[in-house]
Design a protein around this ligand. Structure first.
Ligand code: DAT
Ligand code: MG
Length: 152
């Protein structure tokens, strides 16, 4: 299917520390998305700088790097029809205070600096970010018997 995309999701340090990793993964799975890569990693400063390079120079950048390197994250490669947009919709708006109920950030968060999840925002970002977190062979192309019940 032409519109199948693979995107990077990070369950940020607050999500892991609050034991919400399972809840967040469950929401993605229940949406119909497929996990094709998953690992727990400690992000170092070099990786944080590369992952957040679009935000270098912004006032919140130092705090963002400090936060994302403060404790392990769960990195997920998530596949499905329009998965980039669907993941971001499932996450909710960047600031939990204005995120819709029913989204991860709207249901589980309060503060923009502790917003639980990251999702790539474009096909170019997804390709770049997946390459930062997953080596070749760490993303697994597998068949799911229910796929025909999730997408036409
Ligand atoms: P998103 O994570 O929704 O893609 P983003 O890419 O604009 O949002 O920003 C990356 C992260 O940086 C975001 O998840 C939280 C933090 N951030 C963004 N804007 C911020 C702000 N004004 N104050 C503090 N942190 C901010
Ligand atoms: Mg972003």
């Amino acid at each position: 299917m032409a519109d199948v995309q693979t995107t990077l999701v990070l369950i940020k340090p607050d999500g892991v520390q609050r034991s919400l990793a399972g809840e967040i993964i469950t929401r993605l799975e229940r949406r119909g998305l497929k996990l094709v890569g998953m690992k727990l990693i400690q992000i170092d400063e070099a990786l944080a700088n590369r992952h957040y390079e679009a935000h270098v120079g912004k006032p919140f950048f130092p705090g963002l790097v400090q936060f994302i390197t403060s404790s392990p994250v769960v990195a997920l490669a998530v596949q499905g029809k329009n998965s980039i947009e669907v993941v971001r919709q499932t996450m909710g708006a960047t600031d939990p205070k204005s995120a819709d109920s029913g989204t991860v950030r709207g249901d589980l968060g309060l503060d923009i600096g502790r917003n639980l999840v990251h999702g790539s925002d474009s096909p170019e970002a997804a390709a770049h970010e997946l390459s930062l977190f997953f080596g070749s062979g760490e993303i697994i192309d597998w068949e799911r018997s229910i796929d025909g019940w999730i997408t036409e």
